[in-house]
Unconditional design. Structure first.
Lengths: 115, 174
């Protein structure tokens, strides 16, 4: 037998969920987005990322070794990212730029920032 | 008869690998974990000697990298052992690693200048070649615990990057 109180509670919960805004309030087509770059096996993935100006890039380190994402030329850098740590950066201008891990310079990747 | 240096390095590696393979027959997961931990500690010790002796920016950068990366690997190993609620177990192979390292450290400490830099670089290359062969070809196939296997696989990725870096360092210091 179904408990009426449980049914009412489930319905109320469902209605409340439907009326809530999306968890990412900036989920519109032109709203800034967050792009995830995984660091795994001493490589950035994706190695080439195209984003819009205003978007955020978030790196997640899946390796045991600490890494960074550091602009070639050093204009910006994440903190040292230990295993399972994340760091992020919001580009300030459109253009193409390369970055690397300052500890393991063979790790390189590219970001294209569209206006 | 004079052999090219690369052939000698290869021969040393093969001999070392063959002997360590014999030394670790029948090791269980906890013994492998202990040996891996010991191998990490030894490379940190080599790096500390390098930092106290070298004037080469490249050697210094490499030594700092070894300390940072191997400490991170051992930190990960410690977390995994704690999660599994087990303790790594000392064994004959760990002891043989320790004995070999004591001898090598004495050799390195007796050198200075460019001779030290070249010896340190050559040892780092040979050490990583040997350890990587053991981890990849002997320990990984033998490990029973799935989480330890994944961990060792990740550690091997790190050590292979070190091997490539050490190879570059050997070439530039010639």
């Amino acid at each position: 037998m179904i408990n009426k109180n449980v049914v009412v509670a489930v319905l109320l919960t469902s209605m409340a969920a439907c009326s809530l805004p999306p968890s990412n309030a900036q989920s519109g087509a032109d709203a800034p987005r967050t792009h995830i770059v995984e660091i795994r096996s001493f490589a950035f993935s994706p190695a080439r990322l195209t984003i819009k100006l205003g978007d955020t890039i978030q790196w997640k380190n899946d390796d045991l070794a600490p890494h960074t994402a550091t602009a070639n030329g050093g204009s910006w850098s994440t903190e040292t990212l230990k295993n399972e740590e994340t760091g992020q950066y919001v580009p300030k201008a459109a253009g193409s730029f390369a970055y690397h891990c300052k500890f393991h310079p063979a790790m390189i990747a590219f970001i294209v920032v569209e206006p | 008869m004079k052999f090219p240096r690369t052939v000698l390095f290869a021969a040393i590696s093969i001999v070392a690998t063959a002997s360590v393979a014999r030394a670790q027959a029948g090791m269980n997961d906890l013994e492998i974990a202990h040996a891996a931990y010991t191998a990490d500690l030894i490379d940190i010790e080599y790096a500390k000697i390098a930092l106290s002796k070298t004037k080469s920016a490249e050697v210094k950068t490499f030594a700092e990298l070894m300390i940072r990366d191997h400490a991170a690997v051992n930190e990960g190993a410690g977390k995994l052992l704690k999660k599994l609620n087990v303790e790594a177990k000392d064994n004959d192979f760990s002891k043989s690693l320790r004995a070999g390292a004591d001898k090598k450290e004495a050799e390195l400490k007796a050198l200075n200048g460019e001779a030290f830099d070249r010896a340190y670089a050559a040892n780092e290359l040979a050490y990583h070649q040997t350890v990587n062969k053991v981890v990849g070809e002997i320990w990984l196939p033998a490990v029973q615990n799935a989480e330890l296997k994944t961990f060792l696989d990740q550690a091997l990725t790190t050590f292979k990057a070190h091997e490539a870096h050490a190879g570059h360092m050997v070439t530039t210091l010639k």
